[in-house]
Design a binder for this molecule. Structure first.
Ligand code: SF4
Length: 209
């Protein structure tokens, strides 16, 4: 909480996830893999202009054409296939109803998302937290980097270990988890780069070894 409070005091609420619908949120979670959000926004805008931000729209468009729409997000052929995989699952297992998917209990929802080819833990957990509104902490490369640099975890710590660290030490509050992850991403982008800029970082006073 000390870490959260320092970041929140410096930057305030981030109001993530920036999406108009649950489907858009899920699409963004796949598109943001290995790229920055500016590129995702361009790809989502293309989908919006093409009137493709719907289950039917994404279902009916050929995967090669979909890839062209999302080209700005990078790895567009792979991501187009992954979007199709997700839509196929929602169609096949949930009659095309996102709410049915997102209303599964947390463990079942996470397991189902992880069973979709191309959806890993960070993407699945982002959907569980920001899409379904369940208190599950999302871990990303910035989380690793920041905690490692502050000596809170060892360099080889795995995703599950980091997630447990947050889950075991924070109240299970959806809004807290949403804001905390968003603030960690902001800290990584602004300060905790390959060469950290500690003197201007809100976490400069946070414990370090
Ligand atoms: S930039 Fe420095 S103070 Fe900020 S999170 Fe990284 S290591 Fe910590």
């Amino acid at each position: 909480m000390e870490m959260f409070n320092l970041l929140y005091s410096a930057h305030g609420p981030q109001n993530w996830w920036p999406a108009e619908t649950e489907l858009e949120m899920m699409v963004g979670a796949i598109l943001t893999q290995n790229t920055n959000w500016n590129n995702v926004e361009k790809a989502i805008e293309n989908l919006r202009i093409g009137n493709l931000l719907s289950i039917a729209g994404l279902r009916d468009i050929p995967v090669s054409v979909l890839a062209e729409y999302i080209r700005p997000a990078g790895y567009y052929n792979i991501k187009a296939r992954r979007l199709k995989n997700l839509i196929d699952r929602i169609e096949g297992a949930h009659n095309g109803d996102i709410d049915t998917l997102l209303s599964l209990d947390t463990d079942t929802l996470r397991a189902e998302l992880l069973s979709v080819p191309g959806i890993g833990r960070e993407t699945a957990d982002s959907i569980v937290l920001y899409g379904a509104g369940r208190p599950l902490f999302v871990i990303d490369t910035y989380t690793y980097r920041i905690l490692a640099r502050h000596g809170i975890i060892h360099e080889e710590a795995g995703y599950d270990e980091l997630q447990s660290l947050f889950m075991d030490n924070l109240p299970h509050d959806v809004e807290l988890f949403k804001e905390f992850h968003a603030l960690i991403v902001k800290t990584g982008k602004l300060y905790c780069k390959k060469r950290p800029n500690c003197p201007v970082c809100p976490l400069d006073t946070f414990s370090r070894p």
